[in-house]
Design a protein around this ligand. Structure first.
Ligand code: LLP
Length: 443
């Protein structure tokens, strides 16, 4: 987080709070989130995109992608900062609603929404349902018809633009499950155009827009512009065919962050300007008036303000070859609270947080407590050679896709989420207990 500082004794303070006090009061492992930092990033995205799109005469809405991390407090923060909420399941939707976010300011995604999820979205009057297949278009229309309501839908399309770090995160290339492709084959309408026509054919649906999400942890803005180009071409094709000019284009999320010292995140102002300039050019070339735009950042708002606080346990020096010894530093969590290193090979940075050490650096690997050798928290890091059991260890930039992808592997209870603000702490999500876990066991 932006506010992290070391005091004269080398102790890390986040938002003015001594991490030793957080550990004493709330235990470890714990996810810490710097409230002012998270809200500031939400505001930065909103103001940067509003300003850049105002320059080209277009409006833009920012939806916070709740999959990165959602709790009722976070939904309230985001809404108070002028963002709407993008949800991808019934319980994410319920969280936003419980936070008091009006349905009209919520979107619902998902490639396999349940009947119950569609029903909740319609009953709560969500502002948009992003439909992901021809079958789903019919299901949403039927459900809306049964209720006597009209459902506002966006059609999720895939533009073939491949962006983002890891194959499982990149979503817009052809051979994958999301969206409807803009590519037409053998002279037939593209699946995306067929989807838009299918929506127009159902009076229970209003076609609100076209949605494109190209991937995640993207560090080069040109992919957004390329995808927007294809989306606007599709919009033109639909208009030529039907006379219907789609009102809104969503360009998804995916803005990359810095995980390691020295890495550079996408800058919201720069990326907003680059995208706005590109879409203005494309629309002008196509002779189209600009639509309203929206974006769905998740990681870039939730990631950097979050850190995970662990306590070091067992330390084991392992000779890896004739010249190198590596310290295996075990912490009291692991792949159950952050699966990203195991799943994507994601790199993180760790530091001893509770004291100053002048010991020379030693090659270390931070590992968890799970029964799996891939249970790695930080693959390679230099830690002071005197790292010892009881040390507090902070891993940076864990706020996105950490708690939200946590598991109970080995029946390890999931850590709490603690907000730090103005020198104090507040529990957003309490620590799971063994009783919580065993309470599910009714056999
Ligand atoms: N909108 C849609 C439709 C999405 O599918 C996603 C992410 C987002 C917005 C937000 O993307 P962001 O701004 O957070 O990159 N678990 C992976 C990331 C999966 C992203 C899935 N979709 C990870 O930990 O890297």
């Amino acid at each position: 987080p932006r506010s992290a500082r070391r005091d004269g004794d080398g102790v890390v303070h986040v938002a003015g709070v001594d991490v030793r006090e957080v550990a004493a009061e709330h235990g470890t492992p714990a996810y810490l989130v710097d409230e002012a930092d998270m809200r500031g990033r939400a505001r930065a995205y909103r103001t940067a995109f509003e300003a850049a799109f105002a320059e080209i005469g277009a409006e833009v809405d920012v939806y916070y992608a709740g999959k990165a991390f959602l709790s009722t407090a976070v939904a309230r923060w985001m809404h108070a900062e002028g963002l709407r909420i993008d949800t991808a399941s019934g319980a994410e939707l319920l969280t936003a609603l419980r936070a008091g976010v009006p349905g009209a300011d919520i979107g619902l995604h998902g490639n396999n929404k349940s009947d119950a999820e569609i029903a909740r979205a319609l009953d709560e009057g969500v502002g948009r349902i992003i439909v992901d297949s021809l079958a789903e278009i019919e299901r949403v229309a039927d459900a809306a018809g049964a209720r006597g309501v009209t459902a506002p839908v966006m059609v999720r399309v895939t533009t073939g633009v491949h962006a983002g770090g890891h194959e499982y995160i990149a979503t817009a290339h052809e051979d994958q499950k999301f969206g409807l492709s803009v590519t037409s084959r053998e002279g037939a309408d593209s699946p995306a155009l067929a989807g838009l026509l299918a929506v127009l054919a159902r009076p229970e649906l209003t076609l609100q827009g076209i949605h494109s999400h190209i991937g995640s942890q993207i560090l080069d803005a040109s992919g957004f512009a390329a995808a927007a180009h294809r989306v606007l071409e599709l919009r033109g094709t639909l208009a030529a065919r039907t006379g219907v000019l789609v009102d809104e284009v969503d360009l998804g999320g995916g803005y990359g962050i810095a995980y390691l010292p020295g890495e550079v995140a996408l800058d919201p102002e720069r990326v907003a300007k680059e995208i706005a300039t590109a879409v203005a050019d494309v629309a002008a070339n196509l002779g189209q008036p600009l639509p309203r735009f929206s974006i769905e950042p998740g990681r870039s708002i939730a990631g950097p303000p979050g850190t995970t606080l662990y306590t070091v346990g067992t330390i084991k020096p392992v000779r890896v070859d004739d010249t190198t010894t590596r310290l295996y530093v075990s912490v009291d969590g692991g792949m159950s609270d952050n699966v990203r290193p195991a799943l994507y090979g994601a790199a993180y940075h760790a530091e001893i947080a509770g004291r100053l050490s002048t010991a020379p650096p030693a090659l270390a690997r931070v590992v968890g407590k799970h029964c799996e050798s891939g249970d790695i928290v930080v693959h390679d890091v230099w830690l002071p050679a005197d790292v010892r059991a009881g040390d507090l260890l902070l891993v940076a930039a864990t706020g996105a896709y950490g708690r939200s992808m946590a598991s109970n592997y080995n029946l390890v209870p999931r850590p709490p989420v603690i907000a730090l603000a103005e020198g104090g702490t507040r529990v957003l999500v309490r620590r799971e207990t063994e009783d919580d876990l065993l309470g599910l066991d009714v056999g």
